[in-house]
Design a protein around this ligand. Structure first.
Ligand code: WT7
Length: 645
């Protein structure tokens, strides 16, 4: 089995490690036995206007449910990411921006320049009436202004809600309306892989369904042709008249920092809320430990700022730690499969942090694209978002890293704020495919279906039994849903929704979601969302969506569709339905396969038997299990016969 395959900490890393194995063990012990003292000490890595006198105050129990950290502390996130660095590293590069087009010029911003840009952006927001606690929706491409905008919100105490630029107008409208945001920051257009994304036009379309929206601030990025209306303000015009100085808003540690919408197993995406002190501490602590960050290292998290990975490891973690963070506008494989490694060479990147799906896609194009670049600056490689198959792990390690760089496979979620289970490069021997061991303060537990705690080498459902500073605090506007979603499956524990195996060395191997959530290219997709989009189509009566194995995306989207009486299935309708979902939600939700089905397997009480649908989508039709309890067992034969492969 692959867990016998061990990659010891390389000698160079072991000698110079910030945290070696003995230190990790000691830290872990201290974090669990005296959590308060441990976290109050760690809290000193931040700059507080008023230092906290207590760390965690939490309970996962129903009657007493609460999650608070450092609750008498006062600080400002932007002050921690910018102002406090000015005296020591004002002239150091804070952000390197690499454009989509390799022929265009990169941009660099020192901490001093970034500070000025953020202050200006904050003053523009203030001039538009944005105040502490207001929600600001950010729908931007991967341009420096995306970082300016979120930090500007943090500076004045506004709550940002970043919506990935790949989401449709409808998805954007839902996210604006849910948090009642009056203002959207967007750009004329985005650039990705040489193509343009019509962001401003999408906002215009969303506006019709987002009644709270009053103003749109538009950053000129491509200079493309757009229409400016009564509620639209050009950012460059507004910024011309404001000062590059803006005081920071003192924030309580538990004041909200941002909302980020994420998909769940039921209903519409929920607004995950993170607060100020605990989140920033977790971002800083994990970025420092997991990536063993040293001054001068160029750190590149190749995610989009529209996902939590971008929030924590492009912006907040690196900047809190005074790092140089690289922001890339484009795609990993454009103009060709060399691009990532060319960017590494161009900016002398020390750490690359990306998703397994990108590695699998690049691996397919062959080693030459990697070998024609030098990569001598690389020392550390990271992955996130989905389980990494050992084959992709070894390719990353051997071909990309030439055996020099450890791989940190970080397991976490939008809800967790930052990494929870991950190796430390100077402390943890690696096993390809395992996220290895919990970080300090993280107490994982495996339980069976009945909530029975499982000990030793075993597989089960992954729970976390104690709060950590970076934990989400609530679902925006729906605290009951927060408790219901995460703390009722197994009483008194946070349930992650993931299945997991623990081996004889105590290493954790995440096996994937055990709920109705699928992971497409490292992005979380609720099957219920795709189903709702499909049934909105006038010809569709019913839909059931499940995940299927996909060799690049990890999981693909497989949809079973029942048409209304009188409608006929056709190849054209199949294509049209895929386009429909793409337009309703966004390209990432496009079904990979649609199977027309005269009926879906249901129990006599009308519940769809997803277990059977999953097996058929996986092509595993020999073990469908007991189908005798179905209202109409014959539908299964039709599904098997007409499976889309
Ligand atoms: C889900 C969370 C973490 C930020 C990006 C995704 C899966 C995440 C790993 C990993 C195996 C992983 C889990 C988790 N996942 N990282 N290293 N190994 N699975 O955040 O959209 O909130 O999705 O991604 O299933 O529950 P997200």
């Amino acid at each position: 089995m692959s867990d016998q395959e061990l990659y010891p900490v390389p000698a160079a890393w072991a000698e110079a490690a910030k945290v070696n194995r003995a230190q990790y063990d000691a830290m872990y012990r201290a974090s669990v036995t005296d959590s308060d003292a441990f976290w109050l000490e760690q809290a000193k890595r931040l700059d507080w206007m008023k230092a906290p006198t207590a760390a965690g105050d939490w309970s996962f129990d129903e009657g007493d449910f609460r999650i608070q950290w450092f609750k008498d502390g006062v600080l400002n996130v932007a002050a921690n990411c910018l102002d406090r660095h000015l005296a020591t590293r004002g002239d150091q590069t804070a952000i390197i921006w690499e454009p989509d087009d390799p022929a265009a010029a990169p941009k660099r911003f020192t901490y001093r320049e970034l500070h000025a840009e953020v202050c200006r952006f904050a003053n523009v927001l203030k001039a538009q009436g944005v105040k502490k606690g207001d929600r600001v929706t950010v729908y931007l491409p991967m341009i420096p202004e995306a970082a300016f905008a979120v930090l500007a919100c943090a500076r004045i105490g506004a709550i940002h809600s970043v919506v990935f630029g790949g989401f449709s107008p409808d998805a954007l409208a839902g996210r604006i309306a849910d948090c009642d945001s009056k203002i959207v920051i967007t750009a004329d257009e985005g650039r990705r892989g040489g193509r343009r994304v019509a962001l401003k036009a999408n906002v215009d379309e969303a506006a019709a369904r987002a009644p709270s929206l009053e103003k749109v601030i538009v950053v000129k990025s491509t200079g493309g042709d757009i229409t400016m209306g009564a509620r639209d303000i050009w950012y460059h015009e507004a910024a011309a008249g404001v000062s590059a100085d803006c005081p920071v808003e003192p924030m309580n540690a538990e004041d909200p920092l941002f909302i980020l919408y994420t998909s769940g197993s039921t209903g519409q995406p929920k607004g995950v809320l993170h607060t100020t002190g605990g989140y920033l501490l977790w971002a800083s602590f994990t970025h420092d430990l997991v990536f063993d960050y040293r001054p001068g290292n160029v750190f590149w998290c190749a995610a989009d700022i529209g996902w939590v990975t971008g929030h924590t490891y492009i912006v907040y973690g690196p900047l809190a730690n005074g790092a140089t963070t690289l922001m890339y506008e484009g795609l990993p494989n454009w103009p060709d499969a060399s691009r990532i490694w060319q960017v590494v060479d161009r900016h002398q990147v020390h750490t690359v942090f990306t998703a397994p799906t990108a590695l699998r896609a690049l691996m397919k194009d062959g080693d030459d694209f990697v070998r024609r670049t030098s990569r001598t600056s690389l020392r550390l490689l990271g992955t996130v978002g989905e389980p990494i198959n050992p084959e992709a792990w070894r390719w990353y390690h051997d071909v990309v890293g030439e055996g020099r760089s450890p791989i940190v496979d970080t397991w976490w979620q939008t809800e967790t704020g930052g990494a929870l289970i991950a190796p430390l490069p100077g402390a943890t021997d690696l096993k390809p495919g395992s996220a290895t061991l919990p970080l300090p303060g993280v107490q994982p537990q495996l339980v069976d279906e009945n909530g029975q705690v499982l000990e030793g080498a075993v597989s089960g459902n992954l729970c976390i039994t104690a709060s950590w500073p970076g934990q989400m605090r609530t679902v925006w506007n729906d605290h009951a849903r927060f408790f219901q979603t995460y703390f009722t499956t197994y009483r008194g524990k946070y349930f992650t929704g993931d299945g997991c195996r623990r081996d004889e060395d105590g290493y954790y191997w995440i096996t994937g979601r055990v709920d109705d959530v699928i992971n497409v290219s490292g992005h979380r997709m609720g099957t219920a969302e795709v189903e709702s989009a499909l049934v909105l189509h006038p010809k569709v009566a019913e839909a059931a969506v499940v995940g299927m194995p996909h060799d690049v995306k990890g999981q693909g989207i497989y949809a079973y569709v029942t048409l209304n009486a009188g409608e006929t299935a056709s190849a054209e309708l199949n294509t049209a339905l895929k386009q429909w979902v793409r337009k309703e939600i966004g390209p990432i939700a496009t079904p990979d396969a649609i199977q027309f089905a005269p009926g879906l397997p249901k129990t006599r009480s009308g519940k769809i038997m997803r277990r059977i649908l999953r097996k058929i989508a996986e092509g595993d039709v020999s073990s469908l299990g007991d189908t005798s309890t179905l209202a109409d067992p014959s539908v299964v034969d039709d599904l098997v016969t007409n499976r889309v492969s």
